[in-house]
Write a protein that binds this ligand. Sequence first.
Ligand code: HEM
Length: 249
Amino acid sequence: MLPDNPWAQALRDLRLDVGERATDVQTERWVQANVEYFDGLLWEAANRAEGRIPSLDDYVAMWLKQSGVYPCVVFTDIACGYEVPAADWAGRRARTLREMTAVLIGWDNDLTSYDKEVARAAERNFPVVQNLVSVLAAQYALPAGTGLAYSPYLLHRDPGVFADPDRFDPDRWLPERAASVSKDAFVPFGGGVHKCIGDTFGMTEATLALATIAARWTLTPEFRGPVEPAPRRATLSPARLPMRVAGRP
Ligand code: HEM
């Protein structure tokens, strides 16, 4: 039950307006999307009241609600006259598409509206600006004006972390050498809320495959010259590396 004040009344009016233009199913989806949106806004308001800039992990998780893209997705359906069947709407494919829309539009919006948000915070005396830019700056203590790019490629070739980074040197992963590599410096499975869910499986499978092959066969390179990495691949693998396989006695 909404309280009796002008803001609640405005919400009621909006709900009635939407109800006149949308089907019952679209209206219910719009209401649900707004419940999520308001949940995000409340979280944002609580942060502001306490003068707290959220951690990057919290911001990324809550921002899907707080960016307000979900109600807009429903508005698009209403405007275009679509009523996606219930099974499709609740299904994985449509949910994925909605999340992709929220990610693409919302993050872009964070960057383009940053200046406006800074100005508005000054105007209204808000203690903090909650935007990807300020969250990143707070999390990593970055001075204003710092350029920022995330590149696993560069991270994995940082000579300060990996000696002779371009050399194929599997021994760099021996326990005594790997101990000095921080877990944030090696991110083959990504990070944050979308970190690969197959990381442990992938490592276990690779270890078992290697142990099985090495126990039964000896592999000798049939190749002269330096081994070149395959071009334009996300993961590192050789471009061409013919091997002679001989069964172990
Ligand atoms: C050595 C093998 C693998 C590598 C190098 C790898 C790498 C990655 C990377 C870099 C990401 C993106 C993370 C991000 O956006 O920050 C990812 C996401 C993902 N991976 Fe893997 N992966 C591997 C194996 C697997 C396996 C075996 C599975 C399934 C059993 C899997 C399922 C997923 C899923 C579902 C996501 C998306 C997670 C999300 O967006 O929430 N991966 N992986």
